[in-house]
Ligand binder design. Sequence first.
Ligand code: EZ4
Ligand code: CO
Length: 402
Amino acid sequence: MKITDARVVVTCPGRNFVTLKITTDDGLTGVGDATLNGRELAVASYLTEHVIPVLIGRDAARIEDTWQYLYKGAYWRRGPVTMTAIAAVDTALWDIKGKAAGLPVYQLLGGRSRDGATVYGHANADTVDEVLAEVARYTGLGYRAVRVQTGVPGLDATYGVGKDKLFYEPADAALPTETVWSTPHYLSHVPEVFRRVREEFGPHLQLLHDVHHRLTPIEAARLGASLEPYALTWLEDPVPAELQEGFRLIRQHTTTPLAVGEVFNSIWDCKQLIQEQLIDYVRATVVHAGGISHLRRIFDLAALHHVRSGSHGATDLSPVCMAAALHLDVSIPNFGLQEYMRHTPETDAVFPHDYRFADGMLHPGERPGLGVDIDEELAAQYPYRPAQLPVSRLQDGTVHSW
Ligand code: EZ4
Ligand code: CO
């Protein structure tokens, strides 16, 4: 089963997506997501210029060998661009293997460990009163877990609080927009938000909150402690995670569970976090962490240390990534939660897929392979549009982490 063709499709059905499609000599095709928000064309070029030429003629069945060849053979290991490109190849080859076997990919990964992947939705609003209505919208749709984000009084705009309901898009302009951040304003507001949500919805709804890397460890420790009465399922990205031992400080001060990893691209980004049990959920995802093969390696390490999965699933991860994530989610022993932001109808039409939402869970479907494809004719109607993520500054003008 030799690879005879591989091509990169860039399309913008409301937002940009990069997709790798691989074809074999027996006519099978496989797809892999290669979208890196705000840096899409770097991955497209990496694939087209450097990866596709070495794929042609290779045995499509050799998934692990191809992964090692691309990772070790390039000499330049890791990094988001490289690992997203490798992820696309790996995902497409798993899709092909499933189709060749006539089995959905989760069966190749050991079969089901659960009925479906429990997902969380996103309640976003400027005010607390409005966000309560948003949480109710999700519980009404059957969600068992909701991430709650609100505007911060005194600040004009806050990253992570979308303008649309149900749909959310942070990459909002060809050149980065800028927002202003104040930690004191934020820290005094968030506990009140969760007090109100718990009061309204009771103790059983799973609640989450995303800090978007905006605090220092001691500030995050204070936030975690102040949220303990509201029993969050997780507090996400409390601090940037390059300094893995920085999480020790947070851990010493709070029992609020911690989730991190949407920007991780390899097991080396979370090795210490996992081995020291400094986090509770690892949010690495198929498209940015080297594909199904490497993400499973991360989740296996996590399982040894009582850390569960909580894969990133924002709208900049295409339906191809979501399908791949779901096959992993239902098969691994230590699944936690899956993030789910709905894609627009335009995106869903470009990427016809078998997965579906029911009873607060996503189900990967039973089609051989991943159960997702790209409609290339439709994709061609949506040309690439440059879009970048915003930059955050403190009130004195200092560039800040969001
Ligand atoms: O900022 O997907 O938890 N989800 C998030 C997302 C990310 C974007 C970055 O591309 O934090 O909104
Ligand atoms: Co996040």
